[in-house]
Each structure stands twice: as structure tokens, then as C-alpha cells.
Ligand binder design. Structure first.
Ligand SMILES: [Zn+2]
Ligand SMILES: [Zn+2]
Ligand SMILES: [Zn+2]
Length: 204
């Protein structure tokens, strides 16, 4: 009997939490394993046909379920990672507990960062919702003025990146940034004194 333990880890696509579970090599060969997230909305399955393992991985990066076919060696020895078919990033780790845990933590941080970059964050992610709302509407007013928001490089094309406690105005021509803090009443007062905003780009 092979009692060596193998740990499986993935990120739950439903709740975003890292999920880990260990099975002995013996148990993996004897029956299909299921490792479920505590939220109950995702489960990783292994399916052994006597030759190869099929592993169904709920993908915390793209949200789909990926199926990987792995040799016995790959599943039961060393450490390995399975990739997301869409993003080519690793979305599942198999191996000793410590290795899986470490990789999974990195994946969690990465996935969080990617979520944050997908446009505006959800309202509850702001440090102060009211201030952020006021700052955004003030920015809208400034932007509506003629040449309200321009860059020192001469461009008037800009993008807006909304963060937790600030808004970045980014010049689309030269990439220069102007950070507008949006955390306190003072930030709002400061902004309201400006009739126009100039992103500090390089003059050409
Ligand atoms: Zn979950
Ligand atoms: Zn994926
Ligand atoms: Zn510029």
C-alpha cells in the first residue's frame, strides 16, 4: 500500500479562495477523488482509468473547468502544475503540501491583481464610497469644460483608472499620470478648486 500523500490545490472560481486537499496515492488509484471548496460551489475531481489520470479543475482564473490528462508519474511524483487553457497561467498544483501551498498563495495574489485591473472595482472596494463618488462627478464636470483635462505634452486624450482611494488620469499619448486622491474631504476640496487639470507630461 502506498500511503504517500499528494496535495491538490486550486483557486475556487466561485468565491476566490484557495482550496487544498490531500489524498494518499493509494486512495487516488483506488477511487475517484473529489476536493471541494468550503463554499460548496466548486470541486476538483480526479478520475483514474488504470493508466492515466483525468483531472477536472475548476479554474480560478477564467472560471471554466479544465480537463487535464496526466500520467501516473506526473500525479504521484514530484510537483506539477496544470495550466489554464485560456490564459496559459497555472491554475492547479499537485505535489507536496508545502510546495502546493506556496504556489497557490502566489496564484491567489495574481488573480486578485488581475481582477482589480478589470476596469472599475465594485463600489464596496473604495476606501470611502461617498468621497469617491463626489470626486468622480467633479472630474466629470472638469472634463466637460473646454480643455478641462489635458496633458502638458499637448494631448487631450486621456484614460481614467479608478483605484481604491484615488483616480489616475493617464495621458494616452505620452503615458504620464496625474493622481487624484479620493479618500478624504480634503481631497474633494482640493479637487474642487481646480477648473482645469493638467497631467504632468513632457512638453514637446
Ligand atoms: Zn469557493
Ligand atoms: Zn482557465
Ligand atoms: Zn501626455
Amino acid at each position: 500500500m502506498n500511503e504517500e500523500m499528494r496535495t491538490f490545490g486550486y483557486l475556487c472560481p466561485a468565491c476566490g479562495k484557495p482550496v487544498m486537499g490531500a489524498r494518499s496515492v493509494f486512495a487516488l488509484e483506488a477511487s475517484d477523488a473529489e476536493i471541494a471548496c468550503s463554499c460548496g460551489k466548486s470541486v476538483l475531481r480526479t478520475d483514474f482509468d488504470g493508466e492515466k489520470y483525468k483531472i477536472y479543475v475548476p479554474c480560478g482564473i477564467c472560471g471554466e473547468t479544465h480537463v487535464a490528462s496526466c500520467t501516473v508519474e506526473r500525479v504521484t511524483r514530484g510537483a506539477t502544475a496544470l495550466g489554464c487553457a485560456k490564459t496559459k497561467q497555472f491554475c492547479c498544483f499537485i505535489g507536496p503540501e508545502g510546495t502546493v501551498e506556496k504556489n497557490l498563495r502566489e496564484l491567489e495574489i495574481l488573480a486578485e491583481k488581475e481582477k482589480r485591473q478589470e476596469g472599475a472595482p465594485a463600489p464596496e472596494t473604495f476606501l470611502d464610497n461617498v468621497i469617491m463618488y463626489e470626486v468622480l462627478s467633479e472630474l466629470k464636470e472638469i472634463a466637460a469644460r473646454k480643455d478641462g483635462i489635458t496633458c502638458a505634452c499637448g494631448s487631450c486624450q486621456y484614460g481614467m483608472e479608478i483605484r481604491r482611494s484615488a483616480v489616475d488620469l493617464v495621458c494616452r499619448t505620452c503615458g504620464a499620470k496625474l493622481r487624484i486622491p479620493a479618500a478624504t474631504d480634503r481631497d474633494l476640496d482640493d479637487l474642487c478648486c481646480h477648473l482645469k487639470l493638467v497631467i504632468p507630461g513632457e512638453k514637446t
